[in-house]
Design a protein around this ligand. Structure first.
Ligand code: RAM
Length: 362
């Protein structure tokens, strides 16, 4: 009797434990399947379909660092041309100054309108990151070109040439234009927060620490804010503050043109203080011909913008997601492959001198 009661108790206990195990088991199975479907749903959203057709009628916003800069107008032109080739339409919206705050307020209202993509040159890597992330959360594809935002605030960055190669080229320009004895060199940059100029200047300065550059001394980095008048005044200020200056290296098309204009107008400096850096051939031609400028460099800005436009269209059509190794067709530029950190490099810059300046028209 006692044994049978004990047996029933054991059977009951076994049933309770088994039941609990089944319930727990079901629970975990359910959780697992939830994770599974959640994961595949997420990856489904971000999976590239290389065979997808480019969508017709894409609506894209192009934002330069600032309106009215001839370099950026060329870039915008390239982006608009690419989007129109895909059968879509692109609208240029940008600030009148190269500030991040102006871009942020514009980007806020653009995000509300929910275009298919935004293609922009950033005025600050971090200040514009939150609003770009909001745009991406709303399904807007984000491509930076020319000047990058924080890596997690855009899908793709179109770099005109490798950042390293541009920085090294600026160091070489400083050395070559300062002359055989070297000497003092100043940098005339864009804004203090400009992502592209800051990255190039850092590499230039690292390069100048290497053997071969011992006699080159960077005395100052000045900022003309990519504003012609301010850049002109900064060039004037540099020459007053550093009377022994050998060369002004300006890694901005606005700065180099303004510095060259100032130097060419002063007989005391013209042909004695060099101006070099990055400029558009059409803006710099007269200064090369009048002997103010020996050499400067640039890539084709229109191609930068054109590549940005095709990358935006491929993203918005689901052909690519921005992952390394994905490829897409970029119109007349042919097939392009996304590199590390979502970066696509256009190509090496060209150096312009009096010997080739007439071969270029942009
Ligand atoms: C100016 C802008 C642009 C830069 C060129 C070289 O037009 O700062 O961002 O890429 O110079």
């Amino acid at each position: 009797m006692r044994d049978s009661r004990w047996g029933r108790f054991l059977a009951l206990l076994f049933a309770v434990v088994l039941g609990a195990a089944v319930i727990t088991g079901c629970g975990s199975t359910k959780d697992d399947s939830n994770e599974g479907s959640g994961g595949s749903a997420a990856s489904g959203e971000t999976k590239a379909d290389a065979g997808a057709a480019i969508k017709k009628g894409l609506n894209v916003v192009v934002m330069p660092k600032q309106l009215g800069n001839p370099y950026e107008e060329l870039e915008n032109k390239g982006t608009v041309a690419a989007i129109e080739e895909t059968g879509g339409s692109a609208k240029i919206q940008g600030p009148t100054d190269a500030s991040a705050s102006s871009q942020v307020s514009l980007l806020r209202s653009i995000t509300q309108q929910k275009p298919d993509a935004i293609v922009l040159a950033a005025n600050d890597p971090n200040a514009i990151a939150p609003v770009l992330k909001q745009a991406m959360q709303r399904g807007v594809k984000v491509v930076t070109q020319d000047s990058d935002a924080a890596k997690d605030a855009r899908q793709i960055f179109i770099n005109q040439a490798t950042t390293q190669s541009i920085g090294v080229q600026l160091a070489k320009q400083a050395k070559e234009t300062a002359g055989p004895d070297g000497g003092e060199v100043a940098v005339l940059s864009a804004t203090a927060n400009a992502p592209n100029q800051n990255a190039w200047i850092k590499i230039m300065q690292d390069e100048l620490k290497k053997p071969g550059y011992e006699n080159i001394k960077v005395v100052k980095v000045a900022y003309g804010d990519d504003d012609d008048q301010k850049s002109f005044q900064q060039a004037q200020g540099l020459l007053r503050a550093y009377p022994k200056l050998k060369s002004i290296v300006s890694p901005t098309t606005v700065g180099i043109a303004a510095a060259a204009r100032y130097v060419s107008s002063k007989p005391a400096y013209k042909g004695k203080v060099a101006v070099t850096g990055l400029g558009t051939p059409n803006q710099m031609s007269k200064f090369v011909k009048d002997g103010t400028v020996q050499q400067f460099a640039l890539w084709n800005p229109e191609d930068v913008g054109y590549l940005g436009g095709w990358a935006a269209a491929a993203l918005a059509s689901g052909q690519i997601t921005g992952k390394e190794g994905e490829t897409f067709k970029a119109g007349k530029l042919g097939d392009k492959t996304i590199g590390a950190d979502g970066e696509i490099v256009l190509g090496p810059p060209t150096t312009f001198t009096k010997d080739n300046i007439d071969d270029f028209d942009f």
